[in-house]
Ligand binder design. Structure first.
Ligand SMILES: Cc1ncc(COP(=O)(O)O)c(C=O)c1O
Length: 384
């Protein structure tokens, strides 16, 4: 009954687990949710006030499909100054969330039968976007003992490769690719003439003096990189649905067709709030990052004590441990939810090589993380 392109994809596993956790909560169970990818902080007050002001001023009508010019200017300035990208407001498309930016890129670039390279593990939505657009995902294995770096990437490139999707820092592994690794990817893209979508939504959540680097800043990459970013993670604005991309002008024409005939543009007064987020001091981002860093240490230490094998993630707010000693990822997630009332996500959602992994989000208070660790320990090591 449904169109084949929709039949090809699965419902988002992260939302499915969260729904199940909500159901248990409704039944009165004290569920600790470590499954969803959103900061547990409130959006800073000055951003909320900017939205209210904009609303009261009457910014309640249609805006330009590409996004309001002031915001595109400000985003271009940020990308030039912080990320070294050679862009102007003409290269910027403001979207209702980074997720929709990714969807639009896949719709614009990927044809039936095109191949899109993803590193295994990768965020669930990339594969779904590739499939909806008629493309085929080519999974590249990563070295799990060495920062989830891609292994033998060149072997997975073919004359059908149209796009490679990068995400550093990574959801779900927290891995960060360094300048040298990114240069190797850029060289391949140039030699084999494919595009790179670089999802940099976690760029501000990075630890241990590791530096974020934007692949679009390498010479020769300005014509073949689409850089995606947004406000959800850096400014705790997940519900506002606001993000953006920077693309070469030749691609922008196609993207504009998809955006203008689908969502038209993001909500007008939300764009004015996003403008304020960029223009005002960035203290909030640093405070949030420091808090995530504290939680990261607590959770990694606790998980290792339980017997989960895990690398220490360098960015984002997830840990992606190997749980094979306790069962498959799906079995462990099921047990943790039904016996410990702790919601996590099975690794299988993130690509074919992850069935013995689970993703744990540490976007929860230290207190909740500690309670969750105690319960996990009890269920997995003290029962039976
Ligand atoms: C890697 C990655 N990219 C993009 C997004 C979506 O961001 P947005 O809320 O801006 O759509 C997420 C959200 O979980 C993510 O993890």
């Amino acid at each position: 009954m449904l169109a084949r392109r929709v039949e090809r994809i699965e419902e988002s596993a992260t939302f499915r687990i969260t729904d199940l956790a909500k159901k248990l909560k409704r039944e009165g169970k004290d569920v600790i949710s470590l499954s969803l990818g959103e900061p547990d902080f409130d959006t800073p007050m000055h951003i909320k006030e900017a939205a209210v002001k904009s609303l009261m001023r009457g910014d309640t009508h249609y805006a330009p499909a590409q996004g309001i010019p002031e915001l595109r200017e400000e985003i271009a300035k940020k990308l030039r100054e912080e990320n070294g990208l050679d862009v102007t407001a003409e290269n910027i498309l403001v979207t209702p969330g980074a997720k929709h930016a990714i969807f639009e890129v896949a719709q614009t670039l990927v044809d039936d039968g095109d191949e899109v390279i993803l590193f295994d593990p990768s965020w669930v939505t990339y594969d779904a976007c590739v499939k909806i657009s008629g493309g085929r995902t080519v999974w590249v294995p990563t070295d799990r003992e060495n920062g989830f770096k891609p292994v033998n990437l060149a072997e997975y490139v073919s004359d059908k490769t149209k796009l490679l999707i990068l995400n550093s820092p990574s959801n779900p592994s927290g891995a960060v690719l360094g300048e040298r690794e990114l240069k190797e990817i850029a060289d391949l893209a140039i030699d084999h003439d494919f595009y790179v979508l670089s999802d940099e939504i976690y760029e501000k959540l990075i630890y241990d003096d590791v530096k974020h680097f934007s692949i679009g800043s390498f010479d020769g990459m300005e014509d073949r990189t689409i850089t995606v970013n947004g406000f959800s993670k850096s400014y705790a604005m997940t519900g506002w649905r606001i993000g953006y991309l920077a693309a070469p002008k030749k691609i922008m024409k196609g993207l504009m067709k998809v955006q203008s005939h689908s969502v038209s543009h993001p909500t007008t007064f939300v764009m004015y709030a996003a403008l304020e987020a960029l223009r005002q001091p960035q203290d909030f981002v640093e405070e949030m990052r420091e808090e995530f860093n504290r939680r990261r240490k607590v959770i990694v230490e606790g998980l290792r004590e339980i017997g989960f094998k895990t690398e220490i993630p360098k960015g984002a707010f997830y840990v992606f441990p190997y749980v094979g000693d306790f069962g498959s990822g799906e079995e462990v997630v099921e047990r943790l939810l039904s016996e410990a009332y702790v919601a996590t996500t099975p690794g299988s959602a993130f690509g074919p090589g992850n069935k013995d992994y689970i993703r744990i989000s540490y976007a929860a208070s230290i207190e909740d993380i500690k309670r969750a660790l105690e319960r996990i320990k009890k269920v997995l090591t003290e029962s039976s």
